[in-house]
Design a protein around this ligand. Structure first.
Ligand SMILES: [Zn+2]
Ligand SMILES: [Zn+2]
Length: 362
């Protein structure tokens, strides 16, 4: 079957293969899924550039939806024919963290490696427990969250990472309250979801900041009340946010994955506020901030994938979409075949679009 293989730490090291195969038989709780839509996320770019220190060769891609085509003998969470969104957690489902409702903290899922496919004799790793830029993959049953069949798979795929990461930061981690004020640094695919979640819970002010002026339209459509363009040497984001919010916001979300912006976010927050590290820089990066900027009872939060409980939260998000309360279609700027990855990365760098979704089956 067709899929993308990354063999190094540059975009040039990614190539399209027509001879990837799934290895062996399914174990009792595994599921084989035909991937019909896979969003291109900033984490795919980071993965390919070696910023997550993944071994290669690997199949990238992790924001996906598809159709179940085979289930292991003990699978009860889904059945053949189900439309599913895939979760990146790959958690065990029965350790203390999983039973406490914190599957993202499960030691099995974080950093676990597997090689579900081969090209010839060469085993291939999967990125983020999925490896979605391929026509079929194998995952654990608790990574498969069934959704209504009427939901377009292209829109559903986005819930698997970008939508969950953005909305979950608001709902599960910062727990933004009615009337709170918010700043969102970075109005791309994930930032738009921070914005729309903050609107859903009734934030009274949502300030979006981006370096690309064209993003204002979507940011406002998704719920931003103010938009600041980060351009020019004179632009002082901290001063602008303090001025607009009357001294600082309750919640600052850094979505770009830039350590300097995370330090700025601490200063944009009022005493008692929360600073959410949503974006992911190089995992070995160091953040430097002035001690006093955090001192007044502020909370600096690390957030992995929106603090998701995928089997609960993915369903909630899918239901909100089906009822017209959550925007997903508006985020899809382009669709393309698996050969469209480089174009998606170029558009991402230019900052001109929210999301490209790859369609492995055309
Ligand atoms: Zn576990
Ligand atoms: Zn992602």
């Amino acid at each position: 079957m067709q899929g993308l293989i990354c063999e190094g730490t540059t975009e040039d090291s990614v190539r399209l293969s027509n001879s990837i195969e799934i290895v062996g038989q399914l174990s009792p709780r595994q599921v084989r899924v035909e991937i019909h839509a896979a969003g291109v996320c900033g984490s795919d770019l980071s993965c390919i550039h070696g910023k997550y220190y993944m071994p290669t060769p690997l199949v990238p891609g992790h924001e996906a939806a598809g159709i179940v085509v085979e289930v292991g003998s003990a699978v009860t969470y889904c059945e053949v024919g189900d439309h599913v969104i895939l979760s990146t957690f790959g958690n065990c489902g029965h350790c203390g963290d999983c039973e406490a409702g914190e599957p993202g903290n499960c030691a099995v899922g974080m950093g676990g490696l597997s090689q579900p496919y081969v090209e010839g004799d060469q085993p291939l790793y999967n990125f983020a427990n999925i490896g979605a830029f391929v026509q079929e993959t194998v995952v654990s049953e608790n990574q498969c969250i069934p959704i209504p069949k009427e939901m377009p798979l292209t829109s559903a795929a986005l819930i698997g990472c970008g939508v969950m990461t953005g909305t979950g930061a608001v709902f599960n981690r910062a727990r933004v309250q009615l009337g709170d004020t918010v700043v969102v640094i970075g109005a791309g695919g994930v930032g738009l979801n921070v914005i729309q979640a903050a609107k859903l819970v009734g934030a009274s002010q949502i300030i979006a900041i981006d370096r690309v002026a064209e993003k204002e339209g979507l940011a406002v459509e998704f719920g931003a009340t103010d938009f600041l363009i980060a351009e020019g040497d004179d632009f002082d984001a901290i001063a602008e946010v303090k001025k607009l919010s009357g001294g600082g916001v309750n919640h600052a979300f850094e979505v770009v994955g830039h350590t300097g912006l995370l330090a700025d976010a601490i200063q944009m927050t009022r005493p008692g506020g929360t600073i959410c590290a949503v974006g992911v820089p190089d995992l070995a990066a160091t953040v430097t901030y002035g001690f006093q900027s955090l001192h007044q009872n502020k909370n600096l939060m690390g957030i992995r994938a929106g603090g998701a409980r995928p089997r609960k939260d993915f369903r909630t998000l899918a239901n909100l979409y089906m009822k017209g309360m959550l925007k997903l279609d508006e985020m899809i700027s382009h669709t393309a075949g698996l050969d469209g990855l480089q174009g998606a990365f170029d558009a991402m760098r230019a900052g001109t679009e929210a999301r490209t979704v790859l369609l492995p089956h055309g």
